[in-house]
Ligand binder design. Structure first.
Ligand code: IVH
Length: 669
């Protein structure tokens, strides 16, 4: 390639990659598949490697600096990084609004509401649209130069997109790690036998203050921008909300939750709305921030000490509280999973009284070194089940002992076993264990499964205590007299239950499969199985190879399915259910067929879109034979990348050679 040619190719590649980064990270609407993106990036890397003189610091390949630093240098903030005053309730927010009204002597102005992310404040300087440096807040006046690390965050553009940005543009935002990112990060830390992080905030702080940016590059850091520092050369806009829009247009990610609010009442409504969705947001927030929208008005309000008078953080009730761990019990789940549960002195966490919290498993208890009698931190976040985060060791009473899970099931006395590679211990009692039995029946009756109206958890527990049902099929043999003699049951409700049971006998194969409670077979998998095989007999007979062909079913799930149906007890329960009258319409969609029956395939070279094992089992599921050597009997040789000698043999024997794409088509058509 001539110099001119590769230079223009490099420019075009950089432009395309920046565009896709913007689509993916800022707008959350990727417009090309990952593989295509990787291809562009690889091409750029290759050209740059061959011609290092054209590497520029804003090239999308230049996110990771090579050398670890010895320490961070200091950066002085020309515009100080302020903090925010807090409002903890409605009155304090109304007081804040009143102070503004009084000072501005106007009664009509808008606020902008944004979630208050629980991460770390960061400032990033762009000069002529190119990332110059990034720094932490530090004491508000001087921070640390973390440019190398900031450059590794994919959501931070190395070069602004669009046009019209000021010559000097300093933007401020919050760096954080999502719940999911945090989970994966800690899992990988455990695998590497490295220290895990206590919460997403600590993980973000630790990652941002890494001296080796190659480590930072592996951390799932994200950013939302929420304001400005120094701006020179172009009057940006008149209001905060307009600025946010502009930042977004230049490729800087802003919170999708930011809203313009017309008065304090709208702020209070916004607070309630965000509080409601708090647990479903993919990241941790600890409140919302309200800012006067117009810059003119902000300027008139000025600041006190280190906080502006035109903005406030309206904090949510704390999602973490401290309380005493009274005891640890273990709970047995539907599939025998044993979960240690902390019994706590009741405490209000983020507005909800918590007296039980999960301790996950023995490994987690050991890692956190939580002991009965300890003061512990309890958290409710992201999901609804509260968890014990840590123990406060300085407050530990003398003689507190490490906790060890029981070795036999507290419900049925069977051994508790931990299978290799599994974090969770399980009761080995199967349906002999009443806890598992009860959970299995509850699941069977639940709304998304068989949907047996009126058969709630309490009733199932009574049925089990009285010995009225041994397994789910027993439900259909219940008599009116048996039911009406139970606590809080009259003849009328008993009759309703019988009617509901009768009604649910007519069901669908999807629901029925889900209701059986096969490990790791949720609604989606149940429905995929029903679709694929069309009837129960085939699913019960299916071998591993034909199971893994079903979308959503990997080798582990396939093994669970096979084991479930191989179990004699399960087979008998299914027979009894059908005998009792449970039925479903025949499923007309039957995708499995034997269209490649009698054909022999040989695979050679590396397949890109599927593993060789997967290709083999998919071929077999279609009735084909897969052989390891080419002969006259071979019908097709599938050639992947770098095919071997089998290819020339095929040519010599005049056997048809197809590529991976054609194979893919044969498998789905
Ligand atoms: S504005 C002058 N907006 O909260 C305004 N801060 O307690 C300064 N924070 O140091 C900050 N989300 O780290 C602002 N949407 C948001 C925020 C936010 C989180 C953090 C930020 C700041 C701290 C102040």
């Amino acid at each position: 390639m001539s110099i001119k040619k590769y230079q223009s190719r490099v420019e075009s590649l950089r432009e395309q990659i920046n565009h896709h980064n913007y689509q993916y990270y800022v707008l959350d609407t990727p417009d090309i598949p990952d593989a295509e993106y990787d291809r562009l990036l690889r091409e750029l890397q290759e050209i740059e490697q061959a011609h290092p003189e054209i590497i520029s610091p804003d090239s999308p390949t230049q996110r990771v600096g090579a050398k670890p630093l010895e320490r961070f240098s200091e950066i002085k903030h020309e515009v100080p990084m302020l903090s925010l005053g807090n409002a903890f309730n409605e009155k304090e927010l109304r007081d804040f609004d009143r102070r503004i009204l009084d000072k501005l002597e106007i009664d009509n102005f808008e606020y902008v509401g944004e979630p208050k992310l629980d991460g770390l404040a960061i400032t990033i300087m762009y000069r002529d649209g190119i990332l110059d440096y990034g720094a932490t807040r530090g004491d508000g006046t001087t921070g640390e130069d973390v440019t190398q690390n900031i450059r590794t965050i994919k959501t931070v553009p190395l070069k602004l997109s669009g046009n019209g940005w000021p010559k000097v543009l300093e933007v401020r935002g919050e760096v954080f790690i999502s719940h999911q990112g945090f989970k994966l990060l800690n899992e990988s830390q455990v695998k590497k036998e490295e220290k895990t992080f206590a919460n997403p905030r600590n993980a973000a702080a630790g990652s941002l203050r890494q001296l080796d940016s190659r480590i930072t590059a592996t951390r799932p850091l994200e950013i939302f921008f929420y304001g400005l520092g120094k701006v020179d050369g172009n009057n940006l806009s008149l209001s905060h909300f307009e600025t946010l829009k502009k930042l977004q247009a230049w490729g800087l990610r802003i919170s999708p939750e930011a809203r313009l609010l017309k008065n304090v009442q709208a702020c209070l409504d916004y607070y309630k709305k965000i509080l409601k969705v708090r647990d479903s947001l993919p990241y941790e927030i600890d409140g919302v921030v309200f800012k006067v929208n117009l810059y003119d008005l902000q300027k008139k309000m000025g600041q006190v000490a280190r906080a502006p008078r035109w903005a406030i953080a309206h904090k949510f009730p704390a999602a973490e509280e401290m309380t005493r761990l009274l005891s640890i019990d273990v709970q047995v789940g539907r599939t025998g999973k044993i979960t240690p549960v902390a019994r706590l002195e009741p405490v209000t966490v983020a507005g909800v009284t918590v007296s039980n919290a999960t301790l996950h498993n023995q490994d987690e208890i050991d890692r956190k070194d939580v002991r009965v009698g300890d003061m512990v931190i309890v958290r409710r976040a992201g999901d609804v089940i509260p968890e014990v985060v840590s123990a406060i060791k300085s407050k530990r009473k003398k003689g507190a002992r490490r906790y060890k899970m029981p070795t036999s099931c507290p419900v049925c006395g069977s051994d508790i076993v931990t299978l290799e590679g599994e974090a969770h211990a399980r009761c080995s009692g199967g349906l002999y264990c009443s806890a598992q039995r009860v959970e299995a029946i509850k699941h069977f009756a639940s709304r998304r499964a068989m949907d047996i109206e009126g058969l709630g958890d309490k009733l199932v527990e009574q049925l089990d205590e009285k010995g009225l049902v041994q397994d789910v099929s027993g439900l259909f043999g219940l008599k009116l007299k048996q039911l009406s003699e139970l606590d809080r049951m009259g003849e009328k409700s008993a009759n309703n239950i019988l009617l509901a049971l009768e009604k649910t006998k007519s069901t669908t194969l999807d629901r029925f499969l889900f209701a059986l409670g096969i490990r790791q077979v949720g609604e989606a998998t149940a429905s995929a199985l029903a679709q694929h095989f069309g009837n129960l007999d085939e699913i019960m007979r299916a071998n591993l190879e034909s199971l893994v062909v079903v979308p959503d079913v990997g080798p582990v799930v396939a093994e669970n399915i096979k084991q479930f149906f191989r179990d004699r007890h399960n087979q008998s329960v299914i027979r009894k259910l059908i005998k009792a009258g449970v039925h479903w319409p025949a499923n007309p969609v039957k995708i499995t067929n034997q269209k490649l029956k009698g054909k022999t395939f040989v695979l050679t070279g590396t397949l890109v879109s599927m593993s060789r094992e997967n290709a083999k089992s998919r071929l077999k599921a279609c009735g084909a034979k897969v052989s390891s050597s080419v002969s006259k009997k071979t019908d097709y040789v599938v050639a992947g990348e770098n095919p071997g000698s089998k290819m020339s043999k095929a040519e010599a024997l005049d056997v048809k050679v197809i590529n991976e794409k054609t194979l893919g088509k044969m498998l789905v058509e």
